[in-house]
Ligand binder design. Structure first.
Ligand code: PLP
Length: 367
């Protein structure tokens, strides 16, 4: 059986370093917001090329905290609108709702699955305050076009970088340094994954960074003094060193994922299968390798019967979720088509070339 993602194997590689880090934290007796979190924040900011990084409990909170930070700054207010792709993972949209703002869905490009920047301006109203591009499946959005639109209409650009750690844009800048602020997830299965939940925010905006640093810790800069009504969403002192350890390998891991993706792109030859489009090699870190096919469930079953595990990211479009029943009569035909035809093949930093050969062989004889 070729697993979709073998987290046990991915993390086993770091066993000795993880154990040493665990013992170090245990021995220190300091478990919340200490040296380990500070060290990771500084390393990750540097990795992304951003001035500041603030660790959070997870990726959803990272996005919520950015929006709450802008509310504290008076840039955004309750009831304002944020433009977000209609085919994203639901967390991007929930973050907007949880911050008391209105998500406005914008269709993607069906070949790249990324928000279609040519449609964004038609979604802008007097209430629009931000665009939240999602670098879905690991590929960077058209940030030149998005930043140009944002500048023209005085909007903030908040990257959802939960799937794109380490992706590099044409200009050499990385995910996390391509807008005004960026939210990351370190959920175990992400390209940079913790041993549990974790998240982070990067930004070059000093004021925003200071506010978020307080907001994630009850709104407090200084113990027992509260400037804001904050939340408790801190990156764990035990998770931070695990992330520091894995961060050292991220560039190499992403390069390996690119090799695997390149093999899928050139060696899968079956007219029933539509391959994803990557517009620039470094702008994609292949968090997921997603193909499309008309009889998706049939192909998934065929692969399963041939010992290959696949997943669907994601089976239900956000506007058809019961949680957002007020969108039930809306139509987003491209998203609907993507959600009903998409299938993710196994890809990771540890999948072997033999396994990839097997997957390609099985796909190429599928009729
Ligand atoms: C994983 C993910 C999130 C949320 O991250 P959590 O750490 O699970 O809260 C947000 N957006 C996207 C696109 C994601 O893939």
């Amino acid at each position: 059986m070729i697993k979709f993602l073998d987290l046990q194997k991915i993390n086993a590689f770091y066993n000795a370093e993880f154990t040493a880090a665990f013992n170090r934290v245990l021995k220190s007796g300091w478990f919340i917001l200490g040296k380990e979190v500070e060290a990771f924040e500084s390393e990750f900011a540097q990795y992304c090329g951003a001035k500041y990084c603030i660790g959070t409990a997870n990726g959803l909170d990272a996005l919520i905290l950015i929006l709450e930070g802008y509310k504290q700054m008076g840039v955004i207010k309750e009831g304002d609108e944020v433009i977000v792709p209609s085919n994203t993972y639901i967390a991007s949209i929930i973050a907007i709702s949880k911050a008391g703002l209105i998500p406005v869905l914008c269709e993607p490009n069906i070949k790249t699955y990324l928000i279609d920047a040519t449609l964004i301006e038609s979604k802008i109203t007097s209430l629009t305050k931000a665009i939240l591009p999602v670098h879905l499946y690991g590929q960077l959005c058209d940030m030149d076009a998005i930043n140009t639109i944002a500048k023209k209409h005085n909007l903030k650009v908040i990257e959802d970088s939960a799937q794109s750690h380490g992706a590099v844009y044409f200009n050499g800048k990385k995910s996390g340094n391509l807008g005004d602020a960026s939210g990351f997830s370190f959920y175990p299965g992400k390209n940079l994954g913790a041993l549990g939940d974790g998240g982070g925010i990067t930004t070059n905006d000093h004021e925003l960074a200071e506010i978020i640093k307080a907001l994630r810790n009850y709104g407090s800069h200084k113990k027992y003094e509260n400037l804001y009504i904050g939340i408790n969403s801190r990156l764990d002192e035990l998770q931070a060193p695990m992330l520091s350890i894995k961060l050292k390998h991220l560039t190499e891991d992403n390069a390996y994922r690119r090799q695997i993706a390149q093999r899928y792109l050139t060696e899968i030859k079956n007219e029933k299968i539509i391959l994803p489009e990557a517009y620039h090699p470094n702008a994609h870190v292949w968090h997921l390798f997603t193909i499309r096919t008309n009889k998706r469930d049939e192909l998934q079953l065929y692969l399963k019967n041939n010992g290959i595990e696949t997943m669907i990211h994601y089976p239900i479009p956000p506007h058809h979720q019961k949680a957002y029943s007020y969108w039930q009569d809306k139509s987003f035909p491209l998203s609907e088509r993507i959600h009903s035809t998409i299938l993710s093949l196994p890809i990771s930093n540890i999948i072997s070339h033999d396994e990839v050969s097997e997957i390609i062989k099985v796909l190429n004889i599928y009729q």
